[in-house]
Design a protein around this ligand. Structure first.
Ligand code: SF4
Ligand code: SF4
Length: 346
């Protein structure tokens, strides 16, 4: 597998990273098998998060006994304060059975409130810097779903890597985030290369992403053979054909009325409904185990009952989504899922 230098970290990383979300759903032996298969294919970059249930433990199990040098390990924490992020970092080290992590990311800095909290006195950023000093992590990074905050974070010039959603439907990062990250020589991780599980055609998705050598896609892998397929798409090094470009356009048209980009421009909702979370329930269902999905989504979906249909959100959505209608549809999808998974009540 070809390697590239990951921005100003100077780390040599495979052109594809291993995303640690879906292994939450697997048994430990199955998870170890898919991680090892990726490593055997030459993938040396593994990205996970404190919030991904036991993903870190499974990765730790898979890499246990392997030479640490040459592996690039990344994790993230949603913590806002110094004390908690330091606890999370220690926990990541313990669970991943490593003395240091190469990259540690502030997870999803996508609001002013979060931005202010992490940079406050005794905030998470101070914790990150202390962990760097202590040799527990090498490079601070961040992830964000809202591009204006990814830009704001990059502009602080305190981070070595940025992780944002990027695929042939979610292309908001192209306007400012990608050019700025390249200018600052920050490493770029494309999260959701398969649209968070909503895009099925790996060939189209990865051919689109591989055309930019400065971007590392971070697919979540949960089945043996999946990473092999992606690596073989990479190795073919083919450009998108006219027919494939036409197929992308077709998918774009089909999804244009229901694809939520998680930009949260529709907020605030007077009823406190977490609109983007509800609109993405299919992705949560596809990628997470039931326990984690229910913990993250159930309460949020229940609030849809309070929607007054005021339409304020719909007016603000730059993608013209009919949010009240989509909320109802997704609530039904969720209810069916919960019923199938846990009977009438989670
Ligand atoms: S239509 Fe419903 S979801 Fe949208 S702002 Fe009004 S109450 Fe909130
Ligand atoms: S519903 Fe529209 S405005 Fe709200 S997060 Fe999704 S794409 Fe953005």
């Amino acid at each position: 597998m070809k390697k590239t230098i990951f921005g100003k970290t100077g780390l040599s990383v495979s052109r594809i990273a291993f995303g640690g979300i879906p292994i939450m759903r697997l048994s430990t032996p199955e998870a170890v098998r898919v991680v090892k298969e990726a490593l055997d294919l030459g993938i040396n970059f593994i990205d996970t998060a404190t919030g991904y249930a036991d993903s870190q433990v499974k990765i730790g199990e898979a890499i246990s006994g392997l030479p640490r040098k040459g592996l690039v390990l990344a994790s993230k924490s949603m913590a806002n304060d110094k004390k908690t992020i330091l606890e999370h970092i220690d926990n990541s080290l313990k669970q991943m059975k490593t003395a240091y992590l190469d990259i540690y990311q502030l997870h999803n800095v996508s609001s002013q409130e979060k931005f202010d909290a992490v940079f406050a006195k005794d905030g998470a950023f101070e914790g990150l810097m202390l962990a760097v000093k202590q040799g527990k992590i090498r490079f601070p990074g961040f992830s964000a779903h809202v591009m204006s905050f990814a830009v704001k974070m990059l502009k602080t010039d305190k981070f070595f890597s940025v992780q944002v959603p990027y695929n042939f439907i979610d292309r908001q990062a192209e306007a400012e985030v990608l050019p700025l990250a390249k200018k600052l020589n920050a490493g770029i991780i494309a999260m959701k290369p398969l649209g968070g599980g909503m895009l099925d055609d790996a060939n189209l998705c990865f051919k689109f992403l591989f055309k930019d050598a400065g971007i590392i896609p971070d697919p979540g892998i949960e089945k043996p053979g999946q990473m092999k397929e992606i690596v073989s798409i990479f190795n073919k090094a083919e450009s998108l054909t006219e027919a494939e470009l036409a197929e992308i356009e077709k998918i774009k048209k089909e999804t244009s009325g229901n694809w939520c980009h998680r930009c949260d421009y529709c907020q605030p909702c007077e009823q406190g409904i977490g609109i983007s979370t509800v609109l993405l329930v299919r992705s949560f269902i596809k990628r997470m185990n039931a326990e984690k999905a229910i913990a993250m989504v159930n309460e949020v979906v229940q609030k849809v009952e309070n929607c007054t249909g005021c339409g304020a959100c719909k007016k603000r959505c730059p993608y013209g989504l009919d949010i009240p209608k989509l909320l109802k549809e997704n609530r039904l999808v969720w209810k069916e899922y919960v019923k199938k998974t846990c009977g009438d009540r989670p």
